[in-house]
Structures are given as structure tokens and as C-alpha cells.
Design a protein around this ligand. Structure first.
Ligand code: GLU
Length: 475
């Protein structure tokens, strides 16, 4: 059975990159009827924050990436936390120390820094080769760091995405494993956990490629098995620069706040560096599980494309039922129009439905319907269609007002039928243009009869009369 894991450090929010790594691990496990593990790597007590951990857990749950294992808390699983596993790491640190495969190094921070600077000047790799390995100083002045007694040599492994990878491990020096027996560092604890949790596929960002030789050296020292590695390409913004906050290095939950659907995000993440056999673009989680394969992950960087995300979100919005659509719009409208919303929820519901085919993300809804809540000010000239005149615009508006006054039902097709009838006598542009502008104050909007249906008879006529008045006021 295949076991994969996502091992985020709670030193930041769950951003797109980590969410995508989680997704790929989830898909690979599920595709092979395996298990997906969540492990919070919180050994860095200073930088780890509960706030970040909560964000990571909520983000994964929101995306539907449920982990399959962990300490049981009444039917659901807590994540594994490295801070709760210190005894385990201590045991294996001690083992390496006892076997002479690790040692306490007592060089001070300043000494190490000096060594680095010297190496930098000499154009050498900046590593620490410890002189304390065999004989620690008599009166150490610094607390001991546990370092790996690096035997050096070439390490080669087969990365499932990048192929054969080779490293000269003598370039790594005697790298640190822990700041004493109680403070293991990432490269050490990750190896112990991946082994004890029986993780057999490590799918992670390419930024970790340089850690892999260190981890393999530790595995070899402990004489434990080596998992499969798959280093996935990094995500870049469309101008090939590093992904910035603006482009998506923010919490995945900010996307929720902006009104993106989790199914759109999942679909979007899947396409960041992976493609299906037939280059299909639309996938739900189930379909992704079926289709996913490590072979079709690309080597080159993945490009973050916000238009694509908007496109997918728009696509999934169209799939929602009317009720679901409304339940997503509701909280935005409630917060933008707190008083009006409570007075007339039904108006807001009908107004938001007008934009169902256009909206890209739900946070837009307040702005999109604002002209329905309140007619924006617009210039009288806007009422005049380009092939028409002020007099004609006025005539049409007055005519439509008279006809509409006689009509009682604004909810169906009647307003449209009436406008079309008048347009036949005159001209489509000449009729529809001023009516649309008078009703919306804008040059593009949903069809006028749909606006009229939401506004109702009284308000629609009031807006058109206001249009006539505006025209009367121009010189
Ligand atoms: N804690 C590491 C991180 O957040 C995990 C790296 C790994 O997957 O090994 O980047």
C-alpha cells in the first residue's frame, strides 16, 4: 500500500505551493488505494505558530484533502506533530552518537561564521568541517550542536520526475542534525518520521532537492530504507518571477474569501505542473484521482495564471444550483449592504442571479449589483445612442414610460416584448440604448427587461423619468 505525506511547517500560511504539493500527494495515495498523511513539522518553536497550523488544517479541509491517519480524536484524526515526538528523535540521535556517526560540535556561532567568511573569500563552498569529531574541547564554551559525521562520497538516486540525480556529498560538510538531543532539525526529524510512518513516496517541491542527499546520508547511517523521491517544479508568476504575494503566495483561505470555489482551486492546482493524457482541463477530485500520474508532471517550472483560475471558477459557478449560488453570494451582500439586505433579501437574491453567467468570483457581487441598489450618477450624454440625437432619446424614453405604465407584470417577458415592438418601429439601438442607460446608469449591463424585473415597475419608471429630466437639463 502506498503512503504519502504532506509535511508543512507551521511557520507560514497554507499557500498555493504547499496546497499543490498536498494535492499531488493526496492524488497519488488515493489513486493507489493508499494513505495520505499529514505531519506538522513544528520543531522550530520560535517560528511555528498555532495560527499558521490552524490555517493549514482549515485550508486542507476546505479543499477536501482529508488525511487518513493520526492520533484519534473521536472519529477524526489529529495531525501528527513533530513537537509531540521528541522522545523518538532523541533515541535515534543517541544511536548515531553512540555509533560515532554523529558527534557534538562545540564551535561557537562566531567561529562558524568566521570559517564561512574565509571560505567565501577563497571561493570555496561554505560548509563546516569539524575538528571536534574525535576529541571535543576540554572546556567547551558553546552548547553542543549535534552534527552528522559525513563520510563524503557520491550519492545517486532516481528522482521520479527529474530522472537520475547525483550529488557529491563532501560538499555538504558535517551538517547539523540537532541543536542538542531535544531539538532535532528538519533534515533529521524528517528522515525518522518518513521512515517510521512508512512513507514510500516523497512528493515535494524542487526547493527541497538540495536536502535530499543529506536525508539519504542519514538513512544510510541508520541503515533504513530509502523512499521514492519526486521533486515537483516550482510555481512562478506569469513573468517568470518568483511567486509574490500579489500572485498567490498567500493563504489558500484568502482565495475562499475572494469567492473562489474549492473545486476550482483543486482543478487549478492540479494543472500547475501536471497535465492529463488528452490535455483535458476540467477535473473534479474523483476524476483527478483516476487520471493522475507522476509521469505527466513536468520538469520545468509551472506558471501561475490568474485568468485560468478565474475561468475555472466561472465554470464551476455555472454548475451550482440556484440555491447554492445564492448561498455563496449572500455573505458578501450582507456585509456590503448590511441595512438594505435585511430589509429586502429577495431583491438581493434576484439581483445576484442576474450576474450568474458573468461573475468570476463571489467577492465581485456587491460591486456588480450596486447599480441596482442605487442608480449611479451618469452623464446625460450617455443616454444618446451614437446614431441618434437627444430629441430621439427623449422621445423613446417618454414613449416607453407611457407604455410601461400600462403594464402590470414586470417579472416575465412582457417588458421585452414591448421594447422589441417599439424597436421594430424605430431601431434596436435607438430604443435599447437609452433604456439600458436610464435603468442602469451604465453602457453595458444585463438586458434591460431583466433589470426592470429586479427593480419593479415603480423604480424602473422613476429611473426612466430621471433620464428624461437629465436630457431636459442639457443645453
Ligand atoms: N517541513 C518542510 C516544509 O514545510 C517539509 C519538506 C518535505 O516535504 O520534506 O517545507
Amino acid at each position: 500500500m502506498i503512503r504519502t505525506r504532506i509535511a508543512p511547517s507551521p511557520t507560514g500560511y497554507l499557500h498555493l505551493g504547499t496546497a499543490r504539493t498536498a494535492l499531488f500527494n493526496y492524488l497519488w495515495a488515493k489513486k493507489n488505494q493508499g494513505k495520505f498523511i499529514l505531519r506538522i513539522e513544528d520543531t522550530d518553536r520560535q517560528r511555528s505558530k498555532k495560527e499558521f497550523e490552524n490555517d493549514i488544517l482549515s485550508g486542507l479541509k476546505w479543499l477536501g484533502l482529508k488525511w487518513d491517519e493520526g492520533p484519534d480524536i473521536g472519529g477524526s484524526f489529529k495531525p501528527y506533530r513533530q513537537s509531540e515526538r521528541k522522545d523518538i528523535y532523541r533515541k535515534y540521535l543517541q544511536k548515531l552518537l553512540d555509533e560515532g556517526k554523529a558527534f557534538f560540535c562545540y564551535h561557537t556561532v562566531e567561529e562558524i561564521q568566521q570559517e564561512r567568511e574565509g571560505q567565501k573569500l577563497a571561493g570555496q563552498p561554505q560548509i563546516h568541517l569539524c575538528s571536534h569529531k574525535s576529541s571535543p574541547p576540554a572546556n567547551p564554551t558553546s552548547a553542543g550542536i549535534i552534527r552528522f559525521n559525513n563520510p563524503g562520497g557520491i550519492i545517486e538516486f532516481n528522482d521520479l520526475i527529474r530522472g537520475k540525480v547525483q550529488f557529491d556529498t563532501s560538499l555538504l560538510g558535517d551538517f547539523a542534525l540537532a541543536k542538542g538531543l531535544n531539538e532535532p532539525l528538519y533534515n533529521f526529524s524528517v528522515v525518522i518520521d518518513d521512515w517510521l510512518m512508512e512513507i514510500d513516496y516523497i512528493i515535494r517541491g524542487e526547493d527541497h532537492l538540495s536536502n535530499t542527499p543529506k536525508q539519504i546520508l542519514i538513512q544510510q547511517a541508520l541503515e533504513i530504507s530509502q523512499p521514492n523521491y519526486a521533486h515537483i517544479p516550482l510555481i512562478f508568476s506569469s513573468d517568470k518571477s518568483k511567486l509574490s504575494k500579489r500572485h498567490g503566495a498567500v493563504s489558500i483561505l484568502e482565495y475562499r474569501q475572494l469567492g473562489y470555489l474549492p473545486q476550482a482551486i483543486v482543478n487549478f492546482l492540479a494543472l500547475l505542473g501536471w497535465h492529463s493524457q488528452e490535455e483535458k482541463e476540467i477535473f473534479n477530485l474523483e476524476e483527478l484521482i483516476q487520471e493522475f500520474s507522476l509521469e505527466r508532471i513536468q520538469k520545468s517550472g509551472a506558471i501561475f495564471n490568474l485568468e485560468k483560475l478565474d475561468y475555472l471558477n466561472h465554470f464551476y459557478i455555472q454548475k451550482l444550483s440556484e440555491q447554492e449560488y445564492w448561498s455563496y453570494c449572500r455573505p458578501y451582500l450582507e456585509s456590503v449592504y448590511p441595512v438594505r439586505f435585511n430589509q429586502n433579501k429577495d431583491f438581493f437574491r434576484r439581483a445576484s442571479l442576474l450576474f450568474r453567467e458573468r461573475i468570476k468570483k463571489f467577492s465581485e457581487i456587491g460591486g456588480l449589483i450596486s447599480f441596482l441598489v442605487e442608480l449611479p450618477d451618469y452623464s446625460a450624454e450617455l443616454l444618446i445612442w451614437k446614431k441618434s440625437s437627444k430629441e430621439e432619446a427623449k422621445k423613446i424614453l417618454s414613449l416607453v414610460i407611457e407604455e410601461l405604465k400600462r403594464l402590470d407584470d414586470f417579472s416575465g417577458k412582457e417588458v421585452r416584448i414591448l421594447l422589441e415592438k417599439i424597436a421594430q418601429q424605430y431601431n434596436v439601438g435607438m430604443v435599447f440604448w437609452p433604456i439600458r442607460v436610464a435603468l442602469s446608469g451604465q453602457k453595458s449591463s444585463p438586458p434591460p427587461e431583466e433589470i426592470a424585473a429586479v427593480l419593479g415597475k415603480e423604480e424602473s419608471i422613476r429611473r426612466m423619468e430621471w433620464g428624461v429630466e437629465k436630457l431636459n437639463n442639457i443645453g
